[in-house]
Every structure is written in C-alpha cells, then in structure tokens.
Design a binder for this molecule. Structure first.
Ligand code: HEM
Ligand SMILES: *[C@@H]1O[C@H](CO)[C@@H](O)[C@H](O)[C@H]1NC(C)=O
Ligand SMILES: *[C@@H]1O[C@H](CO)[C@@H](O)[C@H](O)[C@H]1NC(C)=O
Length: 510
C-alpha cells in the first residue's frame, strides 16, 4: 500500500535533476513508474495522491466522461467493479469519485466538505466563476443564494409570474397547432426551447423577445453557442500541458462569446437603469435585474458580476425545462394509456370551458406523477450536471477522499437501480400513487435537482413551469405517434437530450 507515497510528485520532480548521461535509465525508470501508477486502482491521478487505502475503480484513465453516454458508461463500470458505493477514477491528473447509491450520494451532496464546485476552464472564461452555480462556498455565494431565494425563487414571486407563464404556454400550444396544420406533423423542440427562454427572460429582465428577428435572434444565438462551448468536454482541464495549446479552440470561442454576452446583457441592464432614473415607481414589475440594482450599497454587485449572475439564470433555466418537457411529451406519445389517464384527470378538474392555471396543479396528482416518473428515467442532469469539489480531506463511508477530489453522483444510475425501484426501466407514473416520493432532495433515490446546500434553487420555478405547460399541452391537444414511432435514444451534452428531436402529431381535443 505504501508505494503511492513513495512515488509522490516530489519524487518524480527530483528525477529531472540529474545530468544527461543518466537519461536512458531515468527514462526506463519513469516508464516503469508510470506503468505501476497507471495500474493503481482508480488510475494515475489516484496513484499520485496521498490516499493510502485505494478506493476500487478502473486503472489508467477513464475516457467515458467525454462521451455522449457518460452516465451509462460510469454505471456499467461501477457495476462490473463492484464499486457502486463509491468508485475512483482518473481523467488525466484529475481525481474523481462517483457514487451510484443513495447513501453515499447523500453523504456527498449534504456534506459541507463538498460545498464547492470544480471549475471548468470554459466556465471561468465565460465568467461563470462569479455566478451562483460556480462561486466558491462563502460570503459572495451565500448572498446570491439568499437574494435569489427571496426575490426570484420565492413562492410569492413564482405565483406572481403565473400569468406570464400561462401566456407563454398558450402561445407555445398555438404555435404547435399551427405547425401541425401546416406540416401534418410537429417537431416540438424549437417551440419548447423558445418558450422556456422567453419565460426566463421575463423573470430576469421583465421582457419578452420576438425570436427569429433582431434582439431575439441574437439572444438565441448567444445561448446556443454558450451551450456548445460549456457542454464541450475540455481535455485541457485535465492535462495541464494542453492548456497552452487549446487544441479544441475553446478559449478562442469562449472569449468571442463573452464579449458578445457582455454587450448584450449590459445593454439590457442599462435599459433598466435608465428607466429607473426616469420613473422609479414604474419599474416594479419584479424583474430580477431590478432586484439586483436595488441592493444596498454594501451588497451591490459590480456590473460584470451582475452580468454573470443574470446570464447564468438564463442559461440554466432554459435548457433544463425545455429538455424535460420534450422527454415528457415523448413518453406521452409513447404511452397512450397514461396520456388518456392524465387527460381524464384534467377533464375532471378543469373541464373544457376554461384553461388550466397554476392553482389547478395541486389537484392534478397524476400529472405531477408523470413529471416525476420522467425525471426518474430521463433526468436532465444525469450526473447532476455540476459536480462537487472536496474542500478538505473527508471520509465518505469508509473511504478517505483527499481535498481537491471531484465528486459526482450518478443520479441516473441510482434512479434506475433495481435495488431502489421495482421494474426500474418501465415508465409507470402510477408507482407514485402507491408511494409518494419527494423529488426535491430529501429522498436520494430520486433527487434530480441535487440535494444539500448546493441543491438547485430553481426547482420550484422549474416545476411550476413544467407542470403548467404540460397541463396546457395535454388539455388542448391529443398527442399521437407518427408512423416511425418514438425514438428514445439519448445524447448527453450539457444536459441529457433526446438524440433525435421528437416528431409526432397533435389534434385539438375540443
Ligand atoms: C427541470 C428543471 C431543472 C433541473 C432538473 C435542474 C437541476 C439542477 C441540478 C442537478 C443542480 C446541481 C445541484 C447539486 O449540486 O446538488 C442545479 C443547480 C442549479 N440550478 Fe437547476 N435545474 C432545473 C431548473 C433550474 C432553473 C429554472 C433555474 C433558474 C432559473 C436553475 C438554476 C440553478 C442554479 C443557479 C444552480 C446552482 C446552485 C448552486 O450551485 O448554488 N435551475 N440544477
Ligand atoms: C480548455 O481549457 C483551457 C485551459 O484550461 C482553457 O484555456 C480553454 O479556454 C478551455 N477551453 C474550453 C472549451 O473550455
Ligand atoms: C442534511 O444534513 C442535515 C444536518 O446536517 C439534516 O438535518 C438533513 O436532514 C440532511 N439532509 C438530507 C437530505 O439528508
């Protein structure tokens, strides 16, 4: 066991000092040392750490993280290595652990030792280190959480935006109907995405956009490019030498994007500043940007911090909601009997002489179960999207985790594990009629929003949006498969998307 400390980094550095004559033997020694390290459980990065009792895990280097099915590959690896509790692995010089069980997941997510997040370089370049999601655990982060919990994510604020939400859902439904009439089938993705984006823009800037022209088109482009850059797996994050080279050209893309985002968001902030100078009373529509501008002097954010915070909200609030709703609709098209059951519930509670509203949602338990069941099978963040970083040395179960280790939770594996769920691969929302399971982070068998102090702050807003829009879409339309059926293939980018956009038919129900 002791050899990991014998071959620590200092020892490796010393090897470079002797003169050139010794080179061949040094090279040979290095080769042997590297080979030994390579086959250490968990691989190279773990061999170089000060941990002495190895955590089970694959040797060498795991390439899965860069692929489109990382959650599946990691789940398989953990199963075959009998390391579902906790598995160690390396990517370049970065040490990882991943949990695929509720109890170790709870320890990681709920522990103050894992309250930081690892910083991807692209996130840094995109200024996300000043945004809530990546800000290190501390005063700045705590303030952002508090302010947003009070003014953006509070039940009162969410309720106040019900009408906007409903308008946007209505608009979405109508655009899908128009497209059905025109083409004889609908591809739902674009409409959902634009709806979600408009919904967030309304929350953050109190403003809607006309997509496909002018400012709206620019916004669309910026968000799309942002997803691509951030979603890209960056080899340089794990191989320091590559950093100079930027082989994937990500730095260049990030910088160009940051410049454009700055100009765009700054101009929106300025609009609000000007309006406030003209008439302080007319600005109280509750947009989050006004809340930030109103902060007392000592808490006030600089302009660039504000841009980071606002941009992150746009970024995180759009993709997750749109992708989740697309998966839900795919499941509705595929499982006609579940769709009928949901529609029967809607008819009983709402009838067909009025539209669904926020206040109907508590009376629609089956509709809520459909959302839960889809989150179980198709979580937008199967690896909880944003990993955690060990701030200091800590134990998880019986395993020692050195500071600086990146910890992930494979929520996808947990919520499809037969040890946690009966018939785990079957889509059956009725399972929640028998056992009510909270999805907000208290039950680690199904925690698609994470858990602990870094849990998703947008979960209530996200769910309110998805519930209402789903009610609107199912209330107004009957969803039918096209001849080719529904293809449930998935692809992991920033979020877990449907590989092929859902195409189906939709007919008015009344
Ligand atoms: C279906 C919708 C959503 C899902 C599945 C989701 C999922 C997640 C997950 C898994 C995390 C990481 C939690 C952890 O580390 O324990 C997270 C963090 C976060 N989410 Fe969400 N999210 C959703 C909607 C939203 C919305 C609508 C917003 C804002 C408008 C939002 C803003 C954030 C932010 C700011 C963080 C970082 C929190 C921090 O690090 O302190 N999310 N989300
Ligand atoms: C990749 O990482 C390098 C250095 O860590 C950074 O300079 C570059 O911008 C990153 N690129 C992307 C796409 O994240
Ligand atoms: C997290 O830990 C706190 C105490 O530190 C406890 O009260 C809470 O129930 C835990 N949360 C979960 C989800 O286990």
């Amino acid at each position: 066991m002791g050899f990991s400390s014998a071959v620590n980094l200092d020892a490796l550095c010393l090897l470079f000092l002797p003169k050139a004559a010794a080179l061949p033997s040094i090279a040979a020694f290095l080769l042997v040392a590297l080979t030994v390290l390579w086959f250490y459980p968990g691989g190279l990065a773990w061999a170089l750490s000060k941990s002495t009792l190895p955590i089970p895990g694959p040797p060498g280097m795991v390439l899965a993280l860069s692929g489109p099915a990382a959650h599946r590959d990691l789940a398989t690896l953990a199963e075959t290595r009998k390391a579902t509790d906790l598995m160690a692995f390396s990517v370049g010089l970065t040490r990882f652990v991943v949990s695929s069980r509720p109890d170790t997941a709870r320890e990681i997510l709920n522990s103050s030792a894992f309250a930081d997040r690892p910083m991807k370089e692209s996130a840094h370049e995109l200024l996300f280190h000043r945004a809530m999601g990546f800000a290190p655990f501390g005063e700045y982060w705590r303030n952002l959480r508090r302010v947003s919990a009070t003014y953006m994510f509070s039940p009162k604020r969410i309720a106040a935006f019900g009408e906007h939400r409903s308008d946007i859902g209505q608009q979405m439904t109508e655009s899908l109907m128009a497209s059905m009439e025109k083409n004889g089938a609908v591809e739902v993705r674009k409409a959902l995405h634009l709806g979600a984006l408009n919904n967030v823009m309304m929350n953050v800037f109190g403003k809607r956009f006309d997509f496909g022209k002018g400012e709206g088109m620019e916004l669309e482009e910026l968000v799309k490019e942002g997803y691509e850059v951030l979603g890209e797996f960056n080899w340089s994050d794990h191989f320091p030498l590559l950093r100079w080279l930027d082989p994937q050209g990500i730095r260049k893309r990030s910088r160009r994007l940051v410049y454009k985002v700055n100009v765009f968001v700054e101009s929106l902030i300025d609009e609000h500043r000007k309006r406030r100078q003209v008439n302080r009373d007319s600005v109280d529509n509750g947009a989050f940007v006004d809340v930030l501008l109103d902060l007392e002097k000592e808490e006030r954010l600089s302009d660039s911090d504000m841009i980071a915070v606002l941009w992150e909200m746009i970024f995180r609030g759009t993709d997750t909601v749109a992708i989740l709703l697309e998966w839900i609709m795919a499941r509705m098209v595929l499982h006609q009997e579940m769709q009928s059951k949901a529609q029967a519930e809607l008819d009983a509670v709402i009838g067909n002489s009025r539209l669904p509203t926020d206040t109907d949602i508590p009376n629609l338990p089956f509709l809520q179960s459909i959302v839960k069941e889809t989150l179980r099978l198709h979580p937008p963040g199967p690896l909880l999207s944003w990993a955690r970083l060990a701030v200091h040395d800590v134990n998880v179960g019986s395993h020692f985790i050195p500071a600086g280790t990146t910890a992930m939770v494979n929520m996808w594996a947990i919520s499809r594990d037969v040890r946690n769920w009966e018939n785990p691969d079957e889509f059956d929302p009725r399972r929640f009629e028998e056992e009510d399971v909270s999805i907000l982070g208290s039950d680690l068998r199904l925690a698609p929003f994470g858990s602990g102090r870094r849990v998703c702050p947008g979960k209530a807003l996200g769910l309110a949006t998805v519930h209402l829009w789903l009610a609107q879409l199912l209330h107004k339309l009957r969803w039918i498969p096209v001849e080719e059926g529904v293809d449930l293939s998935e692809c992991l980018k920033m979020s877990l998307e449907m590989k092929h956009p859902l195409v189906c038919k939709a007919f008015p129900r009344y």
